[in-house]
Write a protein that binds this ligand. Structure first.
Ligand SMILES: [Fe+2]
Ligand SMILES: [Fe+2]
Length: 380
């Protein structure tokens, strides 16, 4: 005797005629676990409670007919997936068409030979089992892909922040500058998503990448000598030329990383554009390439405004911060000169949001003193 005999698939047979029920049950009982009911309402109850693997359904029955039973089975999430086979003496094409449009998997006309009936029941049970297995494996794959995607994004964020904080540690700017500019970037992206000049470019994925990459904009500063980097505010012309190379150094670092991975996705593209071109100006007077207008990549155009606004309002070791209204005036004056006019317009409509970010992530006196101290240590 087998300890665990294989579980037979379960069938629910629905027919108002006792003779039909016993005939069908007699035929199928050898291969399946069979349950019979003689009314539609009873079929719905048993189907939702016991979840049979397949339902053989008569059409012409008093009260609920087979069509209505099928309609209700397909409308109920608990029974929707159970395959239904109509087994009926209604053999006209219209009845068959109606049965199939209600979601049945098959329509067998009476009288059917035992061989045909058995082979079609078996075929639909196999098909349903395969569909179930496929769905389970798809669900697992989807879960796994989304888990890994989240993992990758987290890893990318950590790497970016680690890199960015290296540059920030040697610079007069505080870590809050990175946080604030990242948030300004997000505000500008969302606002410009409604602008026809930007909406095609600003997909959800690209916005995420732009926000994620924003803290990298000045990583090239790690390659600038201390005597220049730690003496901000007043550069000699020759030193300023060296300072400008932070865009190229940063871009090259990412480009080299890209080359070594062989990957060529939006992340690298956006990071490079943002780092390389965030000091370009709309009128072509910026650096390093002197690009003008739409030739400046979009991520860099947004970064430029976020970066300049934050530099103006933030106190530094060598200067006071200006109030928001004054900064807003300076940005507005740069409309069509320093900045893309539409980016300035987006900024204007985001006045309150920019101020809220500036206030929420302001540099405390303690942070500024700490920064001054660490910089003076580096100089000494
Ligand atoms: Fe910069
Ligand atoms: Fe910056």
């Amino acid at each position: 005797m087998e300890l665990f005999p294989p579980v037979k698939p379960s069938l629910l047979i629905v027919d108002d005629s006792p003779a039909n029920l016993s005939l069908l049950a007699g035929l199928l009982i050898e291969h399946y676990s069979v349950k019979t009911v003689n009314a539609g309402s009873r079929a719905l109850k048993v189907a939702s409670e016991q979840q049979p693997d397949l339902i053989l359904l008569d059409i012409m029955m008093p009260e609920l007919d087979g069509y209505e039973v099928c309609r209700r089975l397909k409308a109920d999430p608990r029974t929707r997936e159970i395959p239904v086979i109509f087994l009926t003496s209604k053999t006209d094409p219209d009845s068959e068409r109606l049965g199939m449009t209600l979601g049945a998997v098959d329509y067998i006309s009476r009288p059917a030979t035992p061989a045909v009936l058995l082979s079609r029941v078996k075929a639909h049970l196999v098909a349903a089992a395969n569909t179930r297995a496929l769905r389970v494996s798809n669900e697992y794959l989807e879960f796994e892909v989304s888990r890994r995607t989240r993992q990758m994004a987290a890893l990318q964020n950590v790497t970016i922040l680690a890199l960015a904080s290296l540059a920030e540690a040697r610079d007069s700017e505080t870590g809050n500058h990175l946080q604030r500019t990242q948030r300004y970037m997000e505000l500008l992206c969302r606002q410009l998503g409604n602008n026809a000049r930007f909406s095609d470019y600003l997909s959800t994925e690209r916005i995420q990448l732009m926000v994620r990459c924003a803290p990298l904009h000045d990583i090239g500063k790690v390659g600038i000598p201390d005597r220049i980097l730690l003496n901000p505010g007043r550069y000699k012309p020759a030193d300023f030329e060296i300072m400008k190379t932070h865009c190229v150094l940063g871009r090259n670092a990412i480009a080299n990383a890209r080359a070594s991975t062989g990957e060529n996705d939006d992340f690298f593209q956006i990071a490079e554009e943002l780092i390389y071109s965030h000091h370009e100006r709309w009128d072509g007077t910026g650096y390093p390439q002197g690009l003008a207008g739409d030739a400046i990549p979009i991520p860099a155009r947004l970064m430029a405004l976020a970066d300049v606004y934050d530099a103006i309002i933030s106190p530094r070791v060598y200067k006071d911060g200006l109030p928001h209204a004054r900064a807003a005036q300076i940005i507005a004056d740069g409309r069509g000169r320093h900045f893309d006019p539409d980016v300035v317009d987006a900024f204007v409509s985001l006045n309150a949001e920019f101020q809220a970010v500036a206030a929420g992530f302001a540099d405390s006196d303690a942070e500024l003193q700490e920064k001054a101290l660490s910089l003076s240590r580096s100089i000494a």
